[in-house]
Design a protein around this ligand. Structure first.
Ligand code: ZN
Length: 296
């Protein structure tokens, strides 16, 4: 194939507040990028379609989406966002919308599985084959790559709605999850922190007890991921992780929890995203690349 004639990959990182759109000839070779706000599906999907048409002819599309989503290719509702509380998006056939309009292979996975996959290939996980990507922001969600492949089982990994041991003096907060109360998301997500202390973690003084509590809960998640999956790296991203010092606190507490017990020892690492904010869209481009290779 002649240089400059490589097929153009299209990619969408579909988030609850914004859609990141990109085209490129490879996951690490982006030609153009565009961000649109997430409104109702009819507006946002049409706006995305128009942008892709203006970029030229795409040969495949990858979508890394907020969830929960249906990633079972054999399912009647493959490619749908399923039961999100986000207004208008429940049961939205996001992959089908683009498959019908562009008639190209479409790859589809969660935003965090895409981000985990991209971090293994280009980011904090280069040189390892197993990595979890956890975002801590409006909610908490995680993706998992094992042996170089994003994990799918009955559906996709979840990770936010797990239960962690409460801190010894932490018994006066019921938790902020509408489903479980004090699951991890109910204790350590951005809205949970605001509901409890009235401001984001980054605005609280460094000696405020919130820092130790939140980092402790996230350290439990990291330790559990290491213990259950043997993943080498947990990448932590999302708005809450912009809090100065938080990543280091989580690292230290995860190491303390492990107490030298895990057989993986120092091979287990807690890292910031090597790709920064680009992990999700890079993963979406990888999904397009694979969809094209497979003809999905
Ligand atoms: Zn929950």
């Amino acid at each position: 194939m002649k240089a400059g004639k490589e097929p153009l990959l299209g990619a969408i990182e579909a988030g609850g507040t914004k859609f990141v759109l990109a085209v490129g000839t490879a996951p690490d070779n982006t030609a153009a990028r565009h961000v649109i706000p997430t409104q109702m599906p009819s507006e946002t999907l049409a706006e995305a379609e128009a942008w892709f048409r203006a970029q030229g002819s795409i040969a495949a599309l990858g979508i890394a989406s907020f969830g929960p989503i249906d990633i079972d290719r054999a399912s009647r509702t493959w490619g749908h966002i399923t039961t999100t509380p986000k207004s208008g998006w429940s049961e939205c056939d996001i992959a089908g919308f683009f498959a019908a309009r562009f008639a190209v292979p479409v790859g589809f996975d969660t935003d965090v599985n895409g981000a985990a996959w991209a971090e293994v290939r280009f980011g904090a996980g280069r040189g390892v084959s197993s990595l979890a990507y956890v975002t801590v922001g409006t909610g908490i969600g995680g993706g998992l790559v094992i042996d170089g492949e994003p994990i799918h089982g009955a559906s996709h990994p979840e990770m936010g709605h797990i239960f962690v041991r409460r801190g010894p003096s932490d018994d006066d907060f019921a938790g902020h999850c509408p489903i479980h109360g004090d699951c991890l998301e109910g204790l350590a997500s951005g809205p949970a922190i605001i509901a409890r202390w009235g401001s984001p973690l980054s605005d609280l003084p460094q000696d405020h007890p919130a820092h130790a509590l939140v980092s402790g809960y996230l350290a439990h998640l990291c330790y559990d991921i290491f213990a259950i999956t043997a993943a080498e790296v947990v990448v932590l991203g999302g708005g809450v992780l912009r809090t100065p010092g938080l990543l280091q606190r989580v690292r230290e507490q995860a190491t303390a929890l492990a107490s030298g017990y895990l057989p993986g020892g120092a091979r287990h690492r807690v890292e910031a995203a090597g790709l920064g904010e680009d992990a999700g869209i890079t993963g979406a481009l990888m999904l397009a690349e694979r969809a094209l290779a497979r003809g999905d």
